[in-house]
Design a protein around this ligand. Structure first.
Ligand SMILES: [Zn+2]
Length: 251
């Protein structure tokens, strides 16, 4: 048995036993972990308010043989606006599902932790998070080592924007017309101007992205590319994506 302090963001909670919850936390110290919060479904339990999805907390974890236990927790930031606003909740749920899907357990990644925390703060304050989310999705892919190849053909390195035919999710990047051949029509079309925006989002602070006016058509165009790539990488349907698309596409 061991004991350690951590700072973490709750990615997911699920019911466990009679009155407990298992929480999945993205922590600064240990990466993604799972721990049981004993009694967290009893109304007066001190862990009830702290163990809501998106909460940022400081906790004390007992490591056990089978399950670790969140024994004490103190709220640092509740991120309540992300649960109270349907649109923001849809984005936040999508982000945490991405993190939960792609991050392995117990692999420390302070960069991803700090980026996520900063992202949630921006999301909480942004009126229209579409472009911020595209930047978050793209940057998360980079943190995970899955950057899509956007500035040249992934097969032959042809780099002129007129030659690029579209995005091939399974190849992880753009294909030029000659490499795509007859497969060209299966590619995801993306305009050179949209590609430029995407490349630019790689290097732009989310707070700066949040101040830019949102063009929904552009946001959806970038979304088609990123979602197809993420979906292909995840190798399973992502539940929150369907919901996010149902409330954002066609706005
Ligand atoms: Zn090519």
């Amino acid at each position: 048995m061991g004991l350690y302090h951590c700072e973490g963001i709750i990615l997911r909670t699920r019911i466990f036993g009679e009155a407990d919850r298992i929480v999945t936390l993205l922590t600064k110290e240990k990466g993604k972990i799972e721990a049981v919060a004993r009694g967290a479904r009893r109304p007066r339990n001190r862990l009830v308010g702290v163990t809501q999805q998106f909460s940022y907390l400081r906790g004390l974890i007992f490591t056990g043989k089978d399950l670790d236990q969140l024994s004490q927790a103190e709220l640092i930031k509740s991120f309540a606006p992300l649960r109270d606003d349907l649109l923001k909740m849809a984005y936040a749920t999508w982000w945490v599902e991405l993190l939960d899907t792609f991050l392995p357990l117990a692999e420390v990644n302070t960069g991803i932790f700090l980026f996520t925390l900063a992202g949630l703060v921006v999301l909480e304050q942004t009126a229209d998070p579409m472009l911020v989310s595209r930047a978050f999705e793209l940057r998360l892919l980079r943190y995970l080592g899955y950057d899509p190849v956007l500035d040249h053909c992934v097969r032959c390195r042809e780099g002129s924007s007129e030659a690029l035919a579209g995005f091939a999710p399974a190849e992880g990047g753009m294909l030029c017309r000659s490499c795509a051949g007859v497969e060209g029509e299966k590619l995801i079309p993306v305009r050179p101007s949209a590609l430029k925006v995407l490349r630019d989002l790689y290097g732009t602070d989310l707070r700066v992205v949040a101040r830019r006016p949102v063009d929904p058509a552009l946001g959806n165009e970038l979304g088609r590319l990123l979602f197809s790539f993420i979906q292909w990488r995840a190798e399973k349907p992502l539940k929150s994506l369907a919901f996010l698309q149902s409330i954002t596409v066609g706005r």
